[in-house]
Design a protein around this ligand. Sequence first.
Ligand code: GDD
Ligand code: MG
Length: 340
Amino acid sequence: MLSAAVILVGGQGTRLRPLTYQLPKPMIPVLNRPFLEHTLAYLKNYEVGSTILALSYLPEAIQSHLGDGANLGMPLNYAVEAKALGTAGAVKNAESYLESTFAVLNGDIFTDLDLGDMLTFHRRKRAKATIALTWVDNPCAFGVVETEGDGRVRRFTEKPSPDRVTTNWINAGIYILEPEVLRHVPEASHYMFERGLFPRLLELDEPVYGYPFSGYWLDMGTPEKYLRLNCDLLSVKVASHLIPGLSQDGIYCEADATIHPSASIASPVVIGGGCRIDQGVQIKGPVVIGAGCHIGEGASLERAVLWTGVSVKAGSCLKQCLVNRSEIGGKEQIIDFSHP
Ligand code: GDD
Ligand code: MG
């Protein structure tokens, strides 16, 4: 059993701007539900003493939505930073909740990693810190982790230039830690696991291990990856703990949506409450349509995610895109990252 899990919810999500101007990255809807709810549903599968949200960016948006966690059936605690403390500083700020072995999760990761198995590995190795490792094609945007044959970490290099990449195994943003490692994290100062604590523990020759896994893993922090996550969940490339029973053949439509009989809808598709879909519309999943959207006559949508209240003009053609109008009042905004 883990005494606690800390979810890191900070940083401005710069690669998802402008979506993150008013919404912190973990509140961005995935299948019409805040991303963080997916993470919490995942954590609920494990024996975790308490869940702490370490917040720095737009904390009120998260606290007012999740409250004490009663609606989710899991008690939540908050450790709010007056100013961003960095990844390790944020966990230090939650130290009073951390009595024995605990987990830390980056708040923008979707994975099916087996946390129970990772904990068994951590205990077997008598590690002070265990870092989950996933294999990626291009490691430069991540923390690159070199290990010995027995899994002990030899080197941790955050976001290396291409000539310094020595392996494709990267830090998956999930750690199991012993509370004593927080001794090395300064109080109330900005300090990172990636550039501070992990390199420091290695210098001190502390037992830091890498736990490689091959399951689903995605950092949803760019528009392309965010779209991919929605599509992967709908196409059941990875199971959703929040919305179990999704199927590739599914058309999930809230009862009060109005769909013209001539509209053609090919699964998998989610249609939020109060949507209106007009004559001759063609929808080819995976597509997610937020609550209160209006899809005008003859419009077509393919591999798209629409946020709440989007109005798609008659005859428009939206493909490979994410549409959100939450912050531009009145006019829709299309973040276009279409691929050929
Ligand atoms: N509370 C708090 N305070 N959280 C923070 C802060 C802070 O000051 N800074 C960052 N975070 C949170 C972010 O909200 C995110 O959930 C997580 O820490 C990681 O930050 P990102 O900004 O998403 O980092 P990254 O994706 O570039 O790199 C990190 O994740 C990679 C895996 O996706 C690093 O940990 C890499 O080593 C790793 O490979
Ligand atoms: Mg990230």
